[in-house]
Design a protein around this ligand. Structure first.
Ligand code: ADP
Ligand code: MG
Length: 258
């Protein structure tokens, strides 16, 4: 009988509802076929970790989900809206999808609070006072309300990344995409950012995280997706992914990072 003792707890927040569906998706950069026949369905509340060697197309894939990159064939449907050249659809999808990058991309000349209220005020047309209240709520959530009136340059990398997460949350996204959010951080700051992400996961946020933090994958992910050479090579629950990898490519990758 299979050993189930290490199996992760079923995710009570996941549902059958589809958050993202990618079907037969391909993308080229010029002549270079960067994503090959990607098929992926993410259900609401699901937490996905995307792993794979550098250059395998992880960033490109998640950037396609909010149309920072354009795909050339196949379908990407986010919360029921298909991504096409229709700008209205692109706006709709972007309003529902938050993204956090390796480099925090905060506006250096705006305070932390202003970074968090800029888009809600100008894009969402939310009154300033209400936007500030929401921003303070999320700054408290990421445990830096006391930094609200400082500028990004006065904060540590870990604090800046937590601001970037709070800033995304101020737009009330249904889905959060993370692209190596801890890769640019000093080791002692990685945990504070991961803790924020864990809390978000526990609250039921649908999350796709590109990360090399395999501890995070093991404890938080419902599913680990392994990419190589522009393809999804293998996917599984974390226990089976780490303990019983199927493909040679996955085994080789794991032997290098674990
Ligand atoms: P990963 O995030 O897994 O490291 P990327 O999605 O960044 O991979 O890149 C996949 C491949 O596409 C790499 O070979 C990279 O050099 C190439 N690439 C990424 N962005 C561009 C671009 N804007 N133009 C051309 N090639 C790109
Ligand atoms: Mg990348």
């Amino acid at each position: 009988m299979a050993d189930m003792t290490m199996a992760p707890a079923a995710n009570p927040k996941a549902s059958d509802e589809v958050a993202i569906r990618i079907e037969g998706m391909n993308k080229w950069y010029g002549q270079f076929h960067v994503l090959r026949d990607i098929n992926l369905t993410v259900t609401r509340g699901e937490r996905i970790v995307i792993a794979g060697p550098s250059g395998s197309g992880k960033s490109t894939m998640i950037r396609c989900i909010n149309r920072l990159e354009e795909h050339q064939s196949g379908k990407i449907i986010v919360d029921g809206t298909e991504l096409t050249n229709d700008l209205k659809n692109i706006d709709k999808v972007r309003s529902e999808v938050g993204m956090v990058f390796q480099h925090f991309n905060l506006f250096p000349h705006l305070t932390i609070l202003e970074n968090c209220t800029l888009a809600p005020i100008w894009v969402r047309k939310i009154p300033k006072k209400q936007a500030e209240e929401t921003a303070m709520h999320f700054l408290e959530k990421v445990k830096i309300p006391d930094q609200a009136h400082k500028y990004p340059g006065m904060l540590s990398g870990g604090q800046q990344q937590r601001v970037a997460i709070a800033r995304s949350l101020c737009m009330m996204p249904k889905i959060m995409l993370f692209d190596e959010p801890t890769s640019a951080l000093d080791p002692e700051m990685i945990k504070e950012v991961l803790d924020t992400m864990i809390e978000l996961a526990e609250e039921g946020m649908t999350m796709l995280c590109v990360t090399h933090e395999m501890g995070f994958a093991q404890s938080v992910a419902d599913r680990v997706i392994f990419m190589a050479d522009g393809q999804i090579v293998e996917q599984n629950n974390p226990h089976d992914f780490f303990h019983n990898p199927q493909s040679e490519r996955t085994k080789q990758f794991l032997s290098q990072i674990l």
